[in-house]
Ligand binder design. Structure first.
Ligand SMILES: Nc1ncnc2c1ncn2[C@@H]1O[C@H](COP(=O)(O)OP(=O)(O)O)[C@@H](O)[C@H]1O
Ligand SMILES: [Mg+2]
Length: 365
């Protein structure tokens, strides 16, 4: 996939910008707080329909009530025209080739892989960060998975409301149990399926990054007793039995204590839990492996590489890992790489170098 052009209007500290980036490696330099991350955010927004930061309305320039982004992507030799309007009062509207996209997000069409400094949390952060990673970063290749997930979240919310108000014994609770099991099983089966494709790629890339010296394992820890089977009916049976076991606990705790919204993921380097034993360097390598595997997964599914956004992370990697990443992306992956520091040796990889100063982008090489 290639971003051919982007127009940004009243988005964060940008007034208006029309930009035709290079189809290869774009370096975006500039001092702090000039708009480098904001530009990546605008690209991400134009590809997926939401921000990787907070609420959508926060992206509107403080002097304005509306913001807009218009982008032209090339995917499988077709041009796709994305237009997004964000309004202070009535939210956002998304248009693909002129027609409105009511679901308000675009996953499935677009491959955007983002690597940002706080992604190190995927390894040693709380389980919710790990689940978000599976749901949003990997789940993006499977629109049906995301639809089931949205339904599942609604059901869990309802079920929690009933547990909170002590309505566990009402007849209507059974209906919520049934949907909880149905959607829970679909989400769980979907995750197992995604991870079956993804984990082998992660193992392979990690071995590549460490020159075969270290082994990485990624394990999904479920609150249900599941094997690696993806049969939804079988998982539903497991939900029913777990539901019985947990009944008293759930009444006491007044919440849904099991299901994919409570699951976790762990990473093992040479069989040791990375949360406790991995060095900072190893954690960076694991995240690099995760992102590389994401790129490869998207390629396997779509026959095209996604776009890569690297926000302030390249210079944080040691030279060997920088080389690994730059070799991977040179030639076939359109990349947007932000950095504050002078680039030294790696500048030879750049197809274009830009400088951002107070929301104004200028080509320097
Ligand atoms: N909604 C907004 N309207 C105007 N300016 C904003 C808005 N949100 C953030 N900013 C400004 O954007 C700048 C930060 O941009 P950012 O892209 O994060 O910087 P960096 O170049 O360090 O990545 C700050 O100066 C901040 O005040
Ligand atoms: Mg930044």
């Amino acid at each position: 996939m290639i971003l051919k052009s982007i127009n940004i209007n009243k988005f964060r500290n940008y007034n208006t910008l029309h930009w035709e980036p290079h189809p290869g490696i774009n370096f975006i330099t500039g001092f702090n707080a000039q708009g480098k991350t904001n530009l990546l955010e605008a690209i991400f927004f134009s590809g997926l329909g939401y921000s990787f930061r907070k609420k959508a309305s926060d992206v509107i320039n403080w002097q304005s009530r509306n913001a807009s982004i218009k982008a032209i992507y090339q995917l499988n030799n077709f041009d796709m025209d994305i237009s997004i309007h964000i309004n202070q009062d009535n939210g956002k509207k998304l248009f693909i080739n002129g027609s409105e996209e009511k679901r308000k997000f675009l996953p499935g069409h677009f491959g955007i892989v983002l690597f940002k400094p706080d992604d190190l949390q995927i390894i040693n952060g709380p389980p919710s960060v790990k689940r978000d990673f599976i749901d949003h970063d990997i789940g993006i290749i499977e629109p049906l998975y995301l639809r089931n997930l949205i339904q599942y979240r609604r059901v869990v919310e309802q079920r929690n409301n009933l547990l909170r108000t002590g309505e566990r014994h009402n007849d209507s609770f059974q209906i919520w149990d049934e949907s909880f099991y149905q959607y829970g099983a679909k989400v769980l089966a979907g995750r197992i399926k995604l991870l079956k494709k993804y984990i082998p790629l992660v193992r392979k890339t990690y071995a590549g990054i460490t020159g075969g010296l270290e082994e990485l394992e990624m394990k999904y820890l479920s609150t249900l007793k599941i094997t690696d089977k993806t049969d939804v009916e079988q998982i539903i049976l497991e939900f029913m039995s777990e539901g019985k076991t947990r009944q008293r606990e759930e009444i006491y705790k007044k919440q849904t204590t099991f299901g994919p919204h409570r699951d976790d993921v762990i990473f093992l380097v040479n069989n040791k839990d990375a949360r406790y034993y991995a060095s900072q360097g190893q954690i960076r390598s694991i995240v690099l492996a995760l992102k590389t595997a994401q790129i490869n997964l998207f390629y396997n599914e779509n026959g095209e590489y996604p776009i890569l956004l690297l926000d302030d992370v390249l210079m944080e990697l040691d030279e060997q890992r920088q080389q690994y990443l730059l070799k991977l992306i040179s030639n076939h992956i359109q990349s947007f790489i932000t950095t504050t520091t002078p680039m030294g040796k790696i500048s030879k990889y750049a197809d274009r170098v830009y400088l951002i100063n107070n929301g104004i982008l200028r080509e320097v090489i």
